[in-house]
Ligand binder design. Structure first.
Ligand SMILES: NC(=O)c1ccc[n+]([C@@H]2O[C@H](COP(=O)([O-])OP(=O)(O)OC[C@H]3O[C@@H](n4cnc5c(N)ncnc54)[C@H](O)[C@@H]3O)[C@@H](O)[C@H]2O)c1
Length: 313
Protein backbone atom coordinates (compact mmCIF):
# COMPACT_ATOMS: atom_id res chain seq x y z
CA UNK A 1 0.00 0.00 0.00
CA UNK A 2 1.51 3.37 -1.02
CA UNK A 3 1.84 6.00 1.69
CA UNK A 4 -1.47 7.82 1.97
CA UNK A 5 -3.91 9.46 4.33
CA UNK A 6 -5.20 7.83 7.51
CA UNK A 7 -8.35 9.08 9.29
CA UNK A 8 -8.64 8.74 13.06
CA UNK A 9 -12.11 9.05 14.62
CA UNK A 10 -11.87 10.00 18.30
CA UNK A 11 -8.85 11.84 19.70
CA UNK A 12 -8.58 10.19 23.16
CA UNK A 13 -5.90 7.86 24.47
CA UNK A 14 -6.11 5.28 21.66
CA UNK A 15 -6.82 7.74 18.81
CA UNK A 16 -3.76 9.78 19.79
CA UNK A 17 -1.59 6.65 19.90
CA UNK A 18 -2.72 5.50 16.46
CA UNK A 19 -1.96 8.98 15.04
CA UNK A 20 1.61 8.80 16.38
CA UNK A 21 2.11 5.27 15.03
CA UNK A 22 0.98 6.16 11.50
CA UNK A 23 3.05 9.37 11.19
CA UNK A 24 6.14 7.45 12.35
CA UNK A 25 6.05 5.72 8.96
CA UNK A 26 5.25 8.85 6.95
CA UNK A 27 1.46 8.58 6.59
CA UNK A 28 -0.54 11.80 6.79
CA UNK A 29 -3.13 11.65 9.55
CA UNK A 30 -6.36 13.56 10.06
CA UNK A 31 -7.85 13.38 13.55
CA UNK A 32 -11.57 13.98 14.10
CA UNK A 33 -13.50 14.41 17.38
CA UNK A 34 -16.99 15.65 18.18
CA UNK A 35 -15.75 17.22 21.40
CA UNK A 36 -13.85 20.49 20.77
CA UNK A 37 -12.17 20.30 24.18
CA UNK A 38 -10.82 16.82 23.44
CA UNK A 39 -9.58 17.99 20.04
CA UNK A 40 -7.83 21.00 21.58
CA UNK A 41 -6.22 18.74 24.20
CA UNK A 42 -5.08 16.27 21.51
CA UNK A 43 -3.55 19.14 19.46
CA UNK A 44 -1.37 19.90 22.46
CA UNK A 45 -0.79 16.38 23.84
CA UNK A 46 0.17 14.50 20.66
CA UNK A 47 3.08 16.81 19.65
CA UNK A 48 4.18 16.98 23.31
CA UNK A 49 4.23 13.18 23.55
CA UNK A 50 6.18 12.83 20.31
CA UNK A 51 8.74 15.39 21.54
CA UNK A 52 9.03 13.59 24.88
CA UNK A 53 9.57 10.25 23.13
CA UNK A 54 12.27 11.86 20.99
CA UNK A 55 14.07 13.30 24.02
CA UNK A 56 13.94 9.86 25.70
CA UNK A 57 15.26 8.16 22.55
CA UNK A 58 11.93 6.35 22.09
CA UNK A 59 10.60 8.03 18.94
CA UNK A 60 9.47 5.49 16.35
CA UNK A 61 10.50 5.70 12.69
CA UNK A 62 13.31 7.59 11.02
CA UNK A 63 11.51 10.85 10.24
CA UNK A 64 12.54 13.78 12.47
CA UNK A 65 9.98 14.62 15.14
CA UNK A 66 8.99 17.97 13.60
CA UNK A 67 8.29 16.25 10.26
CA UNK A 68 6.12 13.69 12.04
CA UNK A 69 4.18 16.42 13.86
CA UNK A 70 3.58 18.27 10.59
CA UNK A 71 1.86 15.18 9.15
CA UNK A 72 -1.01 15.43 11.68
CA UNK A 73 -4.04 17.70 11.22
CA UNK A 74 -7.16 18.02 13.38
CA UNK A 75 -10.76 18.63 12.34
CA UNK A 76 -14.29 18.72 13.70
CA UNK A 77 -15.69 17.78 10.28
CA UNK A 78 -16.05 14.02 9.69
CA UNK A 79 -16.35 14.35 5.88
CA UNK A 80 -13.14 16.39 5.73
CA UNK A 81 -11.39 13.89 8.01
CA UNK A 82 -12.06 10.85 5.84
CA UNK A 83 -11.81 12.58 2.43
CA UNK A 84 -9.17 10.72 0.35
CA UNK A 85 -8.27 8.44 3.30
CA UNK A 86 -7.20 4.89 2.49
CA UNK A 87 -7.83 3.67 6.02
CA UNK A 88 -10.10 4.84 8.86
CA UNK A 89 -9.40 3.88 12.48
CA UNK A 90 -12.39 4.45 14.79
CA UNK A 91 -11.43 5.15 18.43
CA UNK A 92 -14.63 6.31 20.16
CA UNK A 93 -15.70 4.99 23.61
CA UNK A 94 -16.69 1.32 23.94
CA UNK A 95 -20.47 1.70 23.64
CA UNK A 96 -22.37 -0.31 21.07
CA UNK A 97 -24.86 2.43 20.15
CA UNK A 98 -22.00 4.89 19.65
CA UNK A 99 -20.04 2.50 17.42
CA UNK A 100 -23.22 1.87 15.41
CA UNK A 101 -23.84 5.62 14.95
CA UNK A 102 -20.24 6.34 13.92
CA UNK A 103 -20.20 3.46 11.39
CA UNK A 104 -23.57 4.58 9.96
CA UNK A 105 -22.07 8.04 9.41
CA UNK A 106 -18.90 6.56 7.90
CA UNK A 107 -20.95 4.27 5.65
CA UNK A 108 -22.60 7.31 4.06
CA UNK A 109 -19.32 9.14 3.47
CA UNK A 110 -16.75 6.46 2.63
CA UNK A 111 -15.63 5.19 -0.75
CA UNK A 112 -15.88 1.59 -1.89
CA UNK A 113 -12.16 0.92 -1.22
CA UNK A 114 -11.77 2.59 2.17
CA UNK A 115 -10.90 0.26 5.05
CA UNK A 116 -13.09 0.97 8.09
CA UNK A 117 -11.42 -0.38 11.24
CA UNK A 118 -12.67 -0.20 14.82
CA UNK A 119 -10.36 -0.21 17.87
CA UNK A 120 -13.10 -1.93 19.87
CA UNK A 121 -11.86 -4.05 22.79
CA UNK A 122 -14.79 -6.46 22.95
CA UNK A 123 -17.56 -5.47 20.53
CA UNK A 124 -17.34 -7.49 17.30
CA UNK A 125 -18.18 -5.55 14.13
CA UNK A 126 -21.09 -7.93 13.39
CA UNK A 127 -22.85 -6.12 16.24
CA UNK A 128 -22.87 -2.79 14.38
CA UNK A 129 -22.45 -3.53 10.65
CA UNK A 130 -25.92 -4.86 9.77
CA UNK A 131 -27.63 -3.02 6.95
CA UNK A 132 -24.52 -0.98 6.10
CA UNK A 133 -23.68 -0.97 2.40
CA UNK A 134 -19.94 -1.11 3.09
CA UNK A 135 -20.05 -3.93 5.69
CA UNK A 136 -17.44 -5.78 3.59
CA UNK A 137 -14.93 -2.99 4.42
CA UNK A 138 -15.50 -3.11 8.19
CA UNK A 139 -13.40 -5.06 10.70
CA UNK A 140 -11.93 -4.82 14.19
CA UNK A 141 -8.29 -3.76 14.62
CA UNK A 142 -7.79 -3.95 18.37
CA UNK A 143 -4.58 -2.46 19.83
CA UNK A 144 -3.04 -3.05 23.26
CA UNK A 145 -2.40 -0.17 25.63
CA UNK A 146 0.00 1.64 25.24
CA UNK A 147 -0.03 0.88 21.49
CA UNK A 148 3.06 3.00 20.80
CA UNK A 149 5.17 0.54 22.84
CA UNK A 150 3.13 -2.69 22.80
CA UNK A 151 2.83 -3.59 19.12
CA UNK A 152 0.22 -6.40 19.14
CA UNK A 153 -2.97 -5.72 17.17
CA UNK A 154 -5.81 -8.20 16.86
CA UNK A 155 -7.50 -8.16 13.45
CA UNK A 156 -10.98 -9.64 13.61
CA UNK A 157 -13.16 -9.80 10.50
CA UNK A 158 -16.92 -10.31 10.68
CA UNK A 159 -18.48 -12.91 8.38
CA UNK A 160 -19.17 -10.03 5.97
CA UNK A 161 -15.62 -8.65 5.81
CA UNK A 162 -13.91 -9.02 2.43
CA UNK A 163 -10.75 -11.20 2.82
CA UNK A 164 -8.85 -8.68 0.68
CA UNK A 165 -9.64 -5.95 3.24
CA UNK A 166 -8.28 -8.25 5.98
CA UNK A 167 -5.09 -8.90 3.98
CA UNK A 168 -4.54 -5.19 3.20
CA UNK A 169 -5.08 -4.28 6.85
CA UNK A 170 -2.55 -6.84 8.01
CA UNK A 171 -0.05 -5.54 5.45
CA UNK A 172 -0.60 -1.96 6.65
CA UNK A 173 -0.10 -2.99 10.30
CA UNK A 174 3.16 -4.78 9.41
CA UNK A 175 4.27 -1.69 7.53
CA UNK A 176 3.76 0.61 10.53
CA UNK A 177 5.66 -1.95 12.62
CA UNK A 178 2.77 -3.17 14.72
CA UNK A 179 2.51 -6.95 15.25
CA UNK A 180 -0.81 -8.11 13.76
CA UNK A 181 -2.55 -11.38 14.41
CA UNK A 182 -5.63 -12.40 12.41
CA UNK A 183 -8.54 -14.29 13.96
CA UNK A 184 -10.50 -16.40 11.47
CA UNK A 185 -13.80 -15.22 12.96
CA UNK A 186 -15.30 -13.26 15.82
CA UNK A 187 -15.10 -14.82 19.27
CA UNK A 188 -15.94 -13.31 22.63
CA UNK A 189 -12.85 -11.66 24.16
CA UNK A 190 -10.88 -12.05 20.90
CA UNK A 191 -7.49 -13.72 21.62
CA UNK A 192 -5.73 -11.46 24.10
CA UNK A 193 -8.56 -11.14 26.60
CA UNK A 194 -9.40 -14.85 26.45
CA UNK A 195 -5.81 -15.64 27.43
CA UNK A 196 -5.72 -12.76 29.94
CA UNK A 197 -8.92 -13.95 31.64
CA UNK A 198 -7.68 -17.54 31.83
CA UNK A 199 -4.65 -16.22 33.76
CA UNK A 200 -6.69 -13.79 35.85
CA UNK A 201 -9.24 -16.47 36.80
CA UNK A 202 -6.57 -18.76 38.23
CA UNK A 203 -4.94 -15.81 40.05
CA UNK A 204 -8.34 -14.94 41.54
CA UNK A 205 -8.90 -18.49 42.78
CA UNK A 206 -5.48 -18.51 44.42
CA UNK A 207 -6.13 -15.26 46.31
CA UNK A 208 -9.71 -16.26 47.16
CA UNK A 209 -8.58 -19.57 48.70
CA UNK A 210 -5.73 -17.88 50.57
CA UNK A 211 -3.11 -20.00 48.77
CA UNK A 212 -0.92 -17.07 47.76
CA UNK A 213 -0.69 -13.37 48.57
CA UNK A 214 -1.33 -10.77 45.86
CA UNK A 215 2.36 -9.86 45.96
CA UNK A 216 3.45 -13.44 45.36
CA UNK A 217 0.93 -14.02 42.57
CA UNK A 218 2.17 -11.01 40.62
CA UNK A 219 5.71 -12.26 41.21
CA UNK A 220 4.90 -15.49 39.36
CA UNK A 221 4.39 -13.41 36.23
CA UNK A 222 6.85 -10.52 36.73
CA UNK A 223 9.79 -12.65 37.82
CA UNK A 224 8.85 -15.93 36.18
CA UNK A 225 6.57 -16.49 33.22
CA UNK A 226 6.58 -12.87 32.03
CA UNK A 227 10.38 -12.78 31.77
CA UNK A 228 10.39 -15.37 29.01
CA UNK A 229 6.99 -14.54 27.51
CA UNK A 230 8.41 -11.15 26.48
CA UNK A 231 10.62 -13.08 24.06
CA UNK A 232 9.12 -16.52 23.44
CA UNK A 233 5.45 -17.46 23.60
CA UNK A 234 3.94 -20.35 25.58
CA UNK A 235 4.03 -22.70 22.57
CA UNK A 236 7.67 -22.05 21.74
CA UNK A 237 8.33 -22.50 25.46
CA UNK A 238 6.88 -26.02 25.19
CA UNK A 239 9.08 -26.71 22.17
CA UNK A 240 12.25 -25.52 23.90
CA UNK A 241 11.48 -27.11 27.27
CA UNK A 242 11.76 -30.58 25.72
CA UNK A 243 13.13 -31.94 22.48
CA UNK A 244 10.27 -30.45 20.49
CA UNK A 245 6.54 -30.33 21.13
CA UNK A 246 5.85 -34.03 20.50
CA UNK A 247 8.51 -34.93 23.03
CA UNK A 248 7.07 -32.32 25.45
CA UNK A 249 3.66 -33.97 25.16
CA UNK A 250 5.18 -37.42 25.69
CA UNK A 251 6.84 -36.20 28.84
CA UNK A 252 4.32 -33.78 30.30
CA UNK A 253 0.82 -34.28 28.84
CA UNK A 254 -0.36 -36.57 31.64
CA UNK A 255 0.87 -34.31 34.45
CA UNK A 256 -0.48 -31.18 32.69
CA UNK A 257 -3.89 -32.85 32.46
CA UNK A 258 -3.74 -33.85 36.13
CA UNK A 259 -3.09 -30.23 37.14
CA UNK A 260 -5.70 -28.88 34.70
CA UNK A 261 -8.33 -31.22 36.14
CA UNK A 262 -7.97 -29.40 39.47
CA UNK A 263 -8.96 -26.05 37.89
CA UNK A 264 -12.22 -24.60 39.15
CA UNK A 265 -14.95 -23.08 36.98
CA UNK A 266 -14.53 -19.34 36.21
CA UNK A 267 -14.86 -17.25 39.38
CA UNK A 268 -17.19 -14.35 39.93
CA UNK A 269 -14.89 -11.48 40.89
CA UNK A 270 -16.44 -11.39 44.37
CA UNK A 271 -16.51 -8.39 46.72
CA UNK A 272 -14.57 -9.87 49.71
CA UNK A 273 -11.65 -10.91 47.47
CA UNK A 274 -11.70 -7.61 45.57
CA UNK A 275 -11.61 -5.71 48.91
CA UNK A 276 -8.69 -7.84 50.10
CA UNK A 277 -6.78 -7.10 46.87
CA UNK A 278 -7.72 -3.45 46.94
CA UNK A 279 -6.39 -3.07 50.47
CA UNK A 280 -3.01 -4.41 49.43
CA UNK A 281 -2.73 -2.41 46.22
CA UNK A 282 -3.99 0.88 47.76
CA UNK A 283 -1.15 0.75 50.25
CA UNK A 284 1.40 -0.15 47.65
CA UNK A 285 0.11 2.27 44.95
CA UNK A 286 -2.26 4.87 46.50
CA UNK A 287 -4.77 6.50 44.15
CA UNK A 288 -2.76 9.74 44.02
CA UNK A 289 0.29 7.79 42.78
CA UNK A 290 -1.51 5.91 39.98
CA UNK A 291 -0.45 8.31 37.20
CA UNK A 292 3.16 8.16 38.36
CA UNK A 293 3.02 4.36 38.29
CA UNK A 294 1.38 4.34 34.84
CA UNK A 295 4.18 6.57 33.55
CA UNK A 296 6.76 4.22 35.08
CA UNK A 297 5.00 1.25 33.40
CA UNK A 298 5.11 3.02 30.02
CA UNK A 299 8.80 3.85 30.46
CA UNK A 300 9.55 0.19 31.25
CA UNK A 301 7.61 -0.92 28.18
CA UNK A 302 9.45 1.63 26.02
CA UNK A 303 12.80 0.26 27.23
CA UNK A 304 11.66 -3.31 26.64
CA UNK A 305 10.43 -2.41 23.12
CA UNK A 306 13.86 -0.91 22.38
CA UNK A 307 15.66 -4.00 23.75
CA UNK A 308 13.49 -6.32 21.67
CA UNK A 309 14.40 -4.34 18.53
CA UNK A 310 18.12 -4.57 19.34
CA UNK A 311 18.17 -8.34 19.91
CA UNK A 312 18.21 -10.37 16.67
CA UNK A 313 15.21 -12.74 16.42
N1 LIG B 1 -7.83 2.52 26.68
C1 LIG B 1 -7.39 1.29 26.42
O1 LIG B 1 -6.61 0.71 27.16
C2 LIG B 1 -7.83 0.62 25.15
C3 LIG B 1 -7.03 -0.42 24.61
C4 LIG B 1 -7.44 -1.02 23.40
C5 LIG B 1 -8.61 -0.60 22.77
N2 LIG B 1 -9.35 0.39 23.35
C6 LIG B 1 -10.59 0.78 22.66
O2 LIG B 1 -10.35 1.97 21.93
C7 LIG B 1 -11.56 2.75 21.87
C8 LIG B 1 -11.27 4.16 22.38
O3 LIG B 1 -10.84 4.08 23.73
P1 LIG B 1 -10.05 5.29 24.45
O4 LIG B 1 -9.48 4.70 25.69
O5 LIG B 1 -9.16 6.01 23.49
O6 LIG B 1 -11.28 6.25 24.83
P2 LIG B 1 -11.19 7.80 25.26
O7 LIG B 1 -12.36 8.04 26.13
O8 LIG B 1 -9.83 8.15 25.77
O9 LIG B 1 -11.39 8.58 23.88
C9 LIG B 1 -12.58 8.54 23.13
C10 LIG B 1 -12.67 9.78 22.27
O10 LIG B 1 -13.76 9.64 21.37
C11 LIG B 1 -14.42 10.90 21.27
N3 LIG B 1 -15.77 10.69 20.76
C12 LIG B 1 -16.89 10.34 21.43
N4 LIG B 1 -17.92 10.23 20.56
C13 LIG B 1 -17.45 10.50 19.33
C14 LIG B 1 -18.01 10.54 18.03
N5 LIG B 1 -19.28 10.28 17.82
N6 LIG B 1 -17.20 10.88 16.99
C15 LIG B 1 -15.90 11.16 17.19
N7 LIG B 1 -15.31 11.14 18.40
C16 LIG B 1 -16.07 10.81 19.45
C17 LIG B 1 -14.34 11.46 22.68
O11 LIG B 1 -14.57 12.87 22.67
C18 LIG B 1 -12.92 11.07 23.08
O12 LIG B 1 -11.99 12.06 22.67
C19 LIG B 1 -12.60 1.99 22.69
O13 LIG B 1 -13.36 1.17 21.83
C20 LIG B 1 -11.74 1.12 23.59
O14 LIG B 1 -12.39 -0.06 24.03
C21 LIG B 1 -8.98 1.02 24.49
Amino acid sequence: MARGKIAIIGSGLIGGSWAMIFVSRGYTVSVFDIDEKQLTAAKKNIPESLKRFESQGNLRGTLPVDEQIKLITFTNDLAECIKDAIYVQECVPEKLELKRKVFEDLDKLCTDEMILASSSSCIGSSQFNSGLKNAKNILIVHPVNPPYFVPLVEIIPSDQTDPEIVAKTRQLMEEVEQAPITLKKEISGFALNRIQYAILNECWHMVQSGLLSAEDIDRVMVNGLGMRYAFIGPLETMHLNAEGIVNYCDRYAASALKVSETFKPPPLYDIPTSKKLNEYFSQYIPLDKMDERRQWRDECLAKLAKLKKEIPK
